[in-house]
Design a protein around this ligand. Structure first.
Ligand SMILES: [Zn+2]
Length: 330
């Protein structure tokens, strides 16, 4: 659970714990449709995507000021650091906030305040990846990219998230081309609920450098061969897959088969406040449920740093990798 690792698939909005939701609601005079944290915690025990998304967007109402976003990021970094995270590439959804009248600058500067002090305070290096909501229009993605231009010094890449079916990657070809021209790195959710073809499209049309989830690649042996040969990182989120019913039970998760197939797998927490655990908890859960031994876990940790966007700082990557090799399991 504590092995040094990078977290590469984490939505900051999905780290909002009930206690912080109530604290921010109180600070901002927002009334939540729940009596107390206990009732809200019970609401977190949903078992389908729509109930999750309804709750997820409803709770965002408490995030209003830079300080709120700073507190949210600090709470995540504290928990992540306690579970061995040394580097985090954090997703945020600008459109989920601008749609509520919160400017993108408030979000980015607020998160940035926490991220600026993260190495010193938490021992965690960080990057910020801005995700487009794929169920919104391609025009909205382009507008979001435009609005982000004053803040690009704080943003290292773009991603694509939210409901996948009916919203193929190619819809965002232009936005990704524009992001690439601005020097941004590219990732995309694909092959979670969507078909394997969405993974191929994310690679070939969007130029995605990592695939978020991607577990349905296992339905296409040729695609598996390609992903393995090209060492395309997959950011898997096993606890999320179970909670959102992509997989019935964790014991049936293909992670082990994917590692055996030579895929560059990483394990991440996705929306940890909602899906039952942070990334260290996830390492522990796959160890128990899938019988992954300590060397499997070390491989997953090593993969997370290999897949991180640390090309500009290979020295740091090497330092993290040597921490992984030196780690002694208890
Ligand atoms: Zn995700």
């Amino acid at each position: 659970m504590h092995i040094p690792k990078a977290e590469l698939h984490l939505h900051i909005e999905g780290t909002l714990e009930p206690e912080l939701a109530f604290a921010l609601a109180g600070r901002n005079g927002v009334t939540l449709p729940f009596a107390d944290t206990e009732e809200l915690r019970t609401a977190y025990l949903f078992d389908d995507l729509q109930t999750f998304l309804d709750l997820y967007y409803a709770l965002m109402a408490v995030l209003r000021t830079e300080e709120d976003f700073e507190d949210l990021a600090n709470a995540y970094l504290t928990r992540a650091a306690a579970q061995g995270v040394r580097h985090a590439e954090i997703f945020f959804d600008p459109q989920a906030h601008t749609a509520r009248g919160i400017p993108i600058g408030t979000v980015v500067e607020g998160l940035g305040r926490a991220l600026d002090r993260s190495e010193e305070t938490h021992g965690v290096s960080t990057q910020l990846i801005m995700c487009f909501l794929r169920d919104l229009s391609a025009e909205s993605a382009l507008e979001t990219l435009e609005a982000a231009k004053p803040y690009l010094h704080r943003i290292s890449g773009v991603g694509l998230d939210s409901a996948e079916l009916g919203h193929p990657p190619a819809k965002f070809r232009e936005a990704y081309e524009a992001a690439g021209a601005l020097g941004l790195r590219k990732v995309a959710h694909a092959g979670e609920e969507g078909p394997p073809a969405y993974i191929t499209e994310a690679l070939d049309v969007l130029g995605a450098e990592r695939i978020d989830h991607g577990l349905r690649c296992m339905e296409d042996p040729e695609l598996v061969k390609r992903l393995a040969a090209d060492r395309v990182p997959l950011t898997l989120c096993p606890l999320s897959n179970v909670r959102l019913r992509a997989i019935d039970i964790l014991e049936e998760h293909p992670l082990r088969a994917m590692m055996d197939a030579g895929l560059l797998c990483t394990v991440n927490s996705d929306d940890p406040a909602y899906f039952g655990g942070y990334v260290g908890d996830t390492f522990h859960a796959v160890h128990e449920a899938l019988g992954l031994d300590h060397e499997h876990l070390r491989t997953l940790a090593r993969n997370s740093f290999d897949a991180a966007f640390l090309d500009h700082d290979e020295e740091r990557r090497e330092r993290y990798l040597s921490e992984v090799e030196a780690y002694v399991f208890d």
